[in-house]
Design a protein. Structure first.
Length: 219
């Protein structure tokens, strides 16, 4: 209930302050575990991605936030998952995987940090590892305009126009290397600038992309 209230409020403020536009939301599977792989533009990303998603999105948060009872209770209520960023052991990784396998939507920013210039940086291989181990589809999500509204170095956000585009879900199996899967997801993020539909083959033709769900293989 608390999450839904926050989501509605973020959607209202997102629309009023940043003219939030959402495309391709139907690409998000209606049920089952999903990994949302998004570029990271600003502090607005977590709020607006959650507002744009038709399903609850859970995020990883550093465990120290739970040191405060009030903040910890809030983080738990909105579905945040505590992790130790200094040493992510097997137990914590297992907990994250079980959360996704249990049907949750997990929001990830595989660049690892906010962009410094608005571009989509290289993705870390961890997103490929999680996708293969969880056995869940990856939905690439491109955020545009949040960097202009709240870039690094600015204390408060300004007005702007934010667009969030959901790509088609993609499944990665054990034949993919972690870095190879990460590079494919990044290519798909860049392709979303043209809209929710994605090309089936990598631009250089070196390897077909991960197969979209629904029985359609790569060309």
């Amino acid at each position: 209930m608390l999450y839904e209230i926050c989501r509605v409020l973020c959607r209202v403020f997102g629309t009023l302050l940043w003219r939030l536009e959402v495309k391709g939301a139907r690409n998000l599977p209606r049920k089952g575990g999903v990994l949302l792989a998004s570029n990271h533009q600003s502090f607005l990303d977590v709020l607006l991605l959650g507002a744009a998603s038709p399903r609850q999105v859970r995020y990883l948060a550093r465990r120290t936030l739970w040191d405060s009872r009030l903040l910890g209770a809030w983080m738990t209520a909105v579905g945040a998952i505590p992790v130790n960023r200094e040493r992510r052991g097997k137990e914590e990784l297992r907990g994250v995987l079980e959360t996704v396998r249990g049907g949750a939507v997990l929001g990830l920013f595989p660049e690892g940090t906010r962009t410094r210039d608005g571009s989509v940086g290289e993705l870390r291989g961890g997103i490929g590892f999680l996708a293969r181990r969880a056995g869940s589809p990856v939905v690439p999500v491109l955020i545009e305009g949040a960097f202009e509204a709240w870039p690094r170095g600015r204390r408060l956000p300004g007005p702007g126009r934010v667009r969030i585009t959901f790509g088609r879900p993609v499944q990665y199996d054990e034949s993919w290397e972690d870095r190879e899967a990460a590079a494919d997801i990044r290519r798909r993020l860049l392709a979303l600038r043209a809209g929710p539909d994605e090309p089936r083959r990598a631009p250089d033709g070196s390897r077909a992309a991960g197969a979209p769900l629904g029985g359609e293989g790569a060309a």
